[in-house]
Design a protein around this ligand. Structure first.
Ligand code: AMP
Length: 249
């Protein structure tokens, strides 16, 4: 079956003003709105569009993390994913562990494409897709802003520093999404009801042969320095005077 695996990471919603814990060991997540990582919503939307064009038959949403990840998987099912896999763990999941888990699922599911976000907005690592492609030994097209799937290959436009780059990759492959790829659809109430009946399997990382390893140690979290208040100036003259007084011109 032509299948697409989509990564769905549960993260603090992008509208939330993140606060650092007083002891600097992390950020406060209690009572904070959590959502699907925005780039993963884009990944799911793209997978659904590929399926709607008849180029894939099944979209499987995968999330790795604690029990609450099922909320985001239910949203993914309401958006249109056919089924979901929750790899349940309370362990810290670094990009290499996530990539190993995805690779193990790929061995089981044999997808045509694995679509991930270019980065998770909580750790900003931008590593998982690349590591997965290396472990899988398959091509990767990262920072995708346009995807055209063919019979045995895909043409992907990538957002690079110099502008846009278009590459052709053999399938199966890994694609990671950039912001301009698409605008994810809204979830409608009847779809939320329907999603409750869709299959959601739960697995243990150990069942996939992966022991999540902690190879990184976060030393300290601190909020960015507070910005000092701006000064209103009447005209250009006052602006120049204000800049001069600060030694900036
Ligand atoms: P990162 O390398 O951490 O910036 O994450 C890049 C992408 O990998 C994310 O946008 C997700 O698509 C995927 N990913 C990373 N960690 C997880 C996770 N715990 N569960 C599901 N997907 C993940």
């Amino acid at each position: 079956m032509k299948r697409i695996l989509v990564a769905i990471k549960r993260v603090v919603d992008y509208n939330v003003r993140v606060r650092v814990k007083p002891d600097g060991t992390g950020v406060i997540t209690d009572g904070v709105k959590m959502s699907i990582n925005p780039f993963d919503e884009i990944a799911l939307e793209e997978a659904l569009r590929i399926k709607e064009k008849g180029l894939a038959e099944e979209v499987v949403a995968v999330s790795i993390g604690p029990a609450d990840c099922q909320q985001q998987l239910r949203t993914a099912l309401a958006m249109g994913a056919d089924r979901a896999i929750h790899v349940q763990t309370d362990a810290v999941i670094e990009p290499l562990s996530a990539a190993r888990i995805f690779k193990s699922l790929i061995d089981r599911e044999q997808p045509l494409l694995a679509i991930l976000g270019k980065q998770a907005i909580d750790d900003d690592c931008n590593q998982t897709g690349q590591m997965l492609a290396a472990l899988w030994g398959r091509p990767q097209a990262t920072f995708a802003s346009k995807v055209e799937v063919g019979a045995t290959s895909a043409t992907v436009t990538r957002e690079v520093d110099a502008g846009l780059e278009t590459i052709e990759i053999d399938l199966p492959a890994v694609i990671t999404t950039d912001l301009r790829l698409n605008e994810p659809r809204y979830v409608k109430l009847p779809d939320i009801m329907k999603a409750k009946k869709k299959p959601l399997d739960t697995l243990d990382p150990a069942a996939l042969g992966v022991t999540p390893a902690e190879q990184l140690r976060a030393l300290k979290f601190e909020p960015p320095a507070q910005r000092s208040k701006g000064v209103m100036v009447k005209d250009a003259q006052e602006l120049v005077a204000a800049l001069r007084s600060k030694g900036l011109v």
